[in-house]
Design a protein around this ligand. Structure first.
Ligand code: NAD
Length: 303
């Protein structure tokens, strides 16, 4: 019988610790860690994400602000905002919400964030520190995955790990972080040949592709640990029905859509542990943003 890796429980445990640590930081230094989020344009999904991050920051006792630039903002205006926050002593953590509207240079913006305030770790200096295993913080989604493994005391040293998807946000840093934990890692992508064979040998699979139910039961070795990063908005009732998975059916019946993972739920039974969607990896990501904000604060203030 497979065990569910419950991201909500892990997030609640971490949040309880954060509330105490933030209060203790305030007592020691006279102020609380500050997260400043820059959003350009009015993409509804991005707006919803940043508002939920702000709400969580407030719940935990962090200072947070949202800086909204119009979709017509130029690279120079965005860079000027980042520079101002780099120089602001009250700002411990800077996040530029992605994706930026077409026409803006994402790398120029990410390059401009001071590494000591780079809460997402997307700046090349931060990515280099991850490569060298010298970073105190890690990109939120893969960092949340390691927290889930830790919470359930899953030691991955020596295991074969397959990561599918090589984005700089999830897949690439995840592969390095698993390697830093002594797993033998294969980083798979859309050009990978014989993906099924690679996955069948994996003791742990991290799927970060963005394709509903992509990892089928036939691709999974019995007893593997399944980590599903995918969040796919699916409104196709027939597709949802084909997964025979009650949580997605219920969501579709209520809302007309379901958030579907990259792993086919038919694979869960043969696994040893799996993260559900929703309520698995995604439940950790915003919390890890707050963990990173606190860590950057402590580094800057030597607190
Ligand atoms: P992305 O969209 O930037 O890249 C997708 C990756 O998947 C690419 O590297 C590509 O090579 C790979 N890929 C695509 N088709 C493939 C195939 N047929 N075989 C093998 N590899 C294939 O990826 P992303 O931004 O990392 O997002 C991936 C998924 O994770 C999305 O569903 C996204 O919504 C979700 N996501 C979830 C969280 C969370 O907190 N749970 C955070 C970030 C992203």
């Amino acid at each position: 019988m497979a065990t569910i890796l419950d991201g909500k429980i892990v997030a609640e445990t971490i949040q309880a610790g954060l509330v105490q640590e933030i209060a203790s930081c305030k007592a020691r230094t006279g102020r609380v860690p500050g997260l400043d989020v820059i959003i350009v344009g009015s993409d509804p999904a991005s707006q919803a994400y940043v508002k939920s991050k702000e709400k969580l920051a407030q719940k935990l006792g962090l200072r947070s602000s949202l800086i909204e630039l119009p979709a017509s903002a130029t690279d120079s205006e965005l860079l000027a905002t980042i520079t101002r926050l780099n120089d602001d002593p009250q700002t411990d953590a800077i996040l530029v919400q992605l994706p930026l509207p077409a026409g803006l240079d994402t790398w120029r913006a990410l390059d401009a964030i001071a590494p000591g305030k780079d809460v997402d770790c997307f700046n090349p200096v931060s990515q280099g520190m991850i490569l060298l295993n010298r970073s105190a913080i890690f990109p939120c989604t893969p960092a949340g995955i390691l927290r889930i493994l830790d919470h359930y005391s899953l030691d991955i040293a020596g295991l074969n790990a397959a990561v599918i998807g090589r984005s700089f946000i999830v897949g690439k840093p995840m592969s390095l972080m698993l390697s830093n934990r002594h797993a033998t890692v294969t980083l798979c992508h859309s050009k990978a040949r014989d993906l099924e064979r690679v996955l069948r040998q994996a003791d742990i699979i991290v799927a970060a592709i963005g394709k509903p139910g992509f990892v089928t039961p036939a691709m999974v070795k019995p007893g593997a640990i399944l980590i599903d990063v995918g969040i796919n908005h699916v409104a196709d009732g027939a597709l949802i029905e084909s997964f025979h998975y009650e949580p997605w059916r219920t969501s579709f019946a209520k809302k007309g859509f379901a958030l579907v993972g990259d792993i086919h739920p038919g694979a869960f039974n043969a696994s040893s542990y799996y993260t559900p969607v929703p309520g698995g990896v995604g439940a950790l990501t915003p919390t890890m943003l707050m963990v990173n904000t606190l860590e950057l604060f402590k580094q800057r203030l030597h607190a």
